[in-house]
Design a binder for this molecule. Structure first.
Ligand SMILES: Nc1nc2c(CCNCC3CCCC3)c3[nH]c(NCCc4ccccc4)nc3cc2c(=O)[nH]1
Length: 372
């Protein structure tokens, strides 16, 4: 039995909820969970230097197979020594398989048993991605954790459509396992689908758990369904997954959804939200969102969030950051991006502390009280 590339150590279960305190060990280090993973789609977490990400406590960051395949090409990244070397990041890296990006970015496509035919969203060129091709790209990129090639069906699609989709996604997952070249150094996760249908989530989880992946993602969520619907699906999906393996909820990154996902047993999260809204001047604070570009902050010499201890909040004011954003000064985006990422990483630190002391539900109540 070869040692798997990634192992999960469950340290403590919360007394009152499904939350877990744990650690995930990868070839590039051991990281505390529950964790938020900043997204660096094109091998850069936009506007952030690796030193800044480390300073704020980021452990695992994301990159994307689809984007890096198109530009600069996985062969170039492999020649550079892999993603860690290429982007000067020596901690954890996770790559998504490109499945979701094809469905959300590329022009009309055709899904077949073989894979997905689509057009390059940059130049209209005809492209084809299969489980084998996606896994080969992820192997070349060298991420510590890789996602299976999956179809993320629309949440409200019919039972029949989603049943056929999850059965194909499970066949794709098995093909990916067979194509995977480096299981000792790169952990391939299975992605559970099934929309909002309990029976299909159970079928998808059963199929993938029988393939014994080192970790599992919960896909097909955060795609337009309500928070209540997402939480309901989590209520019956996380318990289907092995307790001794990591559970990764894809595409979730608002403070309330992170807390509610942790309560339902999720260990890992990613989302472009913090860095994306930062670029249009929206900041996450303990009192809710603050659109610092707003005129009312022109002469507001307080920090973005008076309870935040980040570099931006310790050294700059709302007035200054608003001025930078209004004058298109790049430093403005760097400060809002830094703050939003720090805010979510710090929220995860507080959540881990609350699990440790069995007071996560109290923490949730306090947080929501202020966050509004
Ligand atoms: N393979 C796969 N990936 C999914 C993703 C992408 C996760 N981030 C990947 C990173 C790697 C590179 C890009 C991102 C998802 N993202 C979301 N919601 C994001 C919603 C959102 C979008 C924009 C702003 C805020 C929220 N749902 C997702 C479902 C799946 C899924 O089933 N399968």
């Amino acid at each position: 039995m070869t040692t798997p590339a990634v192992t999960y150590n469950l340290i403590k279960k919360d007394k009152h909820t499904g939350a877990r305190l744990g650690q995930i060990t990868t070839p590039h280090g051991t990281f505390d969970t529950p964790m938020f993973m900043p997204v660096g789609t094109q091998a850069s977490v936009k506007a952030m230097a690796p030193e800044e990400l480390k300073e704020m406590g980021a452990g695992v960051i994301l990159a994307n197979t689809y984007h890096l395949w198109l530009r600069p090409g996985e062969d170039l990244v492999e020649e550079a020594g892999g993603l860690h070397q290429f982007m000067n990041w020596d901690q954890g890296i996770l790559t998504d398989s490109g499945g979701f990006q094809v469905f959300s970015l590329a022009e009309l496509r055709n899904i077949t048993e073989e894979g997905v035919h689509f057009k390059n969203h940059l130049n209209g060129q005809k492209l084809f991605l299969s489980p084998e091709k996606a896994i080969a790209i992820e192997n070349a990129l060298g991420a510590d954790i890789m996602m299976s090639f999956d179809e993320c069906p629309p949440f409200f699609e019919s039972y029949d459509y989603i049943k056929k989709s999850i059965e194909r996604t499970s066949r794709w997952a098995e093909r990916g396992l067979r194509a995977h070249k480096n299981p000792q150094t790169q952990a391939l996760f299975g992605i559970v689908q099934g929309g909002g249908h309990k029976a299909l989530r159970e079928q998808s989880a059963r199929d993938l758990v029988s393939l014994d992946f080192p970790g599992y993602s919960i896909g097909g969520l955060s795609v337009g369904e309500s928070k209540a619907e997402m939480n309901h699906v989590l209520d019956f999906t996380t318990p289907l997954l092995p307790e001794n393996k990591p559970r990764y909820l894809m595409g979730v990154g608002s403070p309330d959804a992170l807390i509610d996902g942790v309560i339902r047993g999720v260990d890992m999260f990613d989302c472009v939200l913090p860095t994306r809204i930062a670029r249009n001047g929206t900041c996450m604070t303990s009192k809710g969102r603050l659109v610092v570009k707003n005129a009312k902050y022109a002469r507001d010499f307080r920090p973005l969030d008076e309870k935040c201890n980040c570099y931006a909040c310790r050294n700059y004011t709302r007035a200054y950051i608003r001025h930078l954003l209004k004058t298109d000064e790049i430093f403005g985006l760097r400060l809002t991006s830094y703050h939003n990422l720090y805010f979510l990483l710090d929220l995860m630190r507080k959540i881990r502390a609350a699990i440790k002391e069995d007071r996560l539900l109290d923490f949730r109540a306090e947080f929501f009280e202020e966050y509004g």
